[in-house]
Design a protein around this ligand. Sequence first.
Ligand SMILES: NC(=O)c1ccc[n+]([C@@H]2O[C@H](COP(=O)([O-])OP(=O)(O)OC[C@H]3O[C@@H](n4cnc5c(N)ncnc54)[C@H](OP(=O)(O)O)[C@@H]3O)[C@@H](O)[C@H]2O)c1
Length: 362
Amino acid sequence: MLQPRAITYTEKGAPASVLRVKTLPTLAAPTTGQIRVKFLLSPANPADMNVVEGVYPARAPSVEVDGTAHSLCGTEGVGRVEAVGEGVRSLRPSDWVVMGRSQLGTWRSSALLDAASVTKLPASPALTPVHAATLAINPPTALRMLRDFTRLSRSSWVVQTGATSGVGRAVIQIARAMGVHTVNLVRERRTQQQTDAVKEELKALGATHVLTNEEVVRDSKRVRSLIANWTQSDLPLFLNCVGGQETTEVAKTLSEGAHLVTYGAMSKKPLCIPPGLLIFKDIKSVGFWMSKWYAKSSAEERSAIAGEIIQLIESGSLTEPPHQIVSIGGHQTDQQATQTLRDALAAQANGGKKILFEMEDS
Ligand SMILES: NC(=O)c1ccc[n+]([C@@H]2O[C@H](COP(=O)([O-])OP(=O)(O)OC[C@H]3O[C@@H](n4cnc5c(N)ncnc54)[C@H](OP(=O)(O)O)[C@@H]3O)[C@@H](O)[C@H]2O)c1
C-alpha cells in the first residue's frame, strides 16, 4: 500500500534547516464529504517560508507520526481527484482542483481534503500543471489589487515594486490586458548586462517602463521627474511588496488621493511615508491580503476568479511564472528526499526561479 509523503517541520526556523521529507501513515478511504487528492505540483511561495520561520500570521495544520506532531507546509497547489466520499456530487475522479482555503498542507504527495475546501478547475487545453498550480494566489492578488482600490481606465498608470515576482509579473500582464501602463521597479543584478536582460524580459511581458531600486534611490530627483513626465503626474495606484527607501521615493510621485497598497515586505525594511503625502496629498496607505479575500468569499466567487484567470491564460495574456520543478521520487528514502529538498532550498536562497514541488507516494 502506498504511503503519502509530506514536507514537514517539528520546530520553526530557517526552511533549509528545519524542513524535512516525512512518510505519513497510509490514507484511509475518503469519508462523507471528503476527497482523496494526488498533488501534481505545489509552489513554494514566500509566505510559506514565512510560516515555517514563524513570522506569518497563519497556523500550519499538523499530523502525528510516531507520537510527534509534524506541521504540514504549503498553501497553493493543483491536485487531481483520485476518489470521492459519500455525498460528494460536485467532483469526480480525474478532476483538477486548487485550494479554496489557505494552509491545507499542499506540499504532500496525496491527502484527504474536505470537498468544500477546494475549487474545481474547468478542463482547458491551455491549462498546464504549472499554470494550474500557480493560478490561485498571485494572479488573483494582482487582479484584485488592480480592481479594488481605484477605478483604472485605459491608459491609466500604475507603479509597482518587486516587478520580477510572481505577483509583479501578473500585474504587468493583467494591466497590459486592461490597457493600463506600468512603471516597474526591480533589483539591480550583478552586471549591467544582467540588469538590462531583466528589464527586457519584463518589457516583453508588457511592462511600459522598468527602473531599478538602486537607480531610484541613487538618483531620486531625476527618477521622480521621469515618472512625472511619463505619467503626466496622474499616478493613482502603487502596488508595493518590498518597502524600503525606493518605496518612499516612488510614493512621492503619486497623484492626489492615490492608493499605496502594500501586500508584501520582501526587503524586510519598514515602509516610510512622508507625513506630507498623507496630509496634503491625501495618499491612502492600505494593505491587501488575498487570504482574507478567500476567507470571506463564496464558492461561486472563488470559481469566478479562477475562471477569469483561466480566460487570461487561454487568451495568451498570462504566461507561466519562471519556475523550477523539484521532484521527490517515490524510490528515495526520507533521508535522501530531505537532502534533495534542502539542496534545492539552499540553492534558491540567493534568488532564482519559483520552486514547484512534485512529490510521489513512497
Ligand atoms: N498579500 C497577499 O495577498 C499576497 C499574495 C501573494 C504574494 N504576496 C507577497 O508578495 C511578495 C511576492 O510574492 P511572489 O510569490 O510573487 O514572489 P516570488 O515570485 O517568489 O518572487 C520573489 C520576489 O521578491 C524579490 N525579492 C527577494 N528578496 C528581496 C529583497 N531582499 N529585497 C527586494 N526584493 C526582494 C525577488 O526579486 P529578485 O527577482 O530580484 O530576486 C522577486 O521579485 C511576497 O512578499 C509575498 O508574501 C502577498
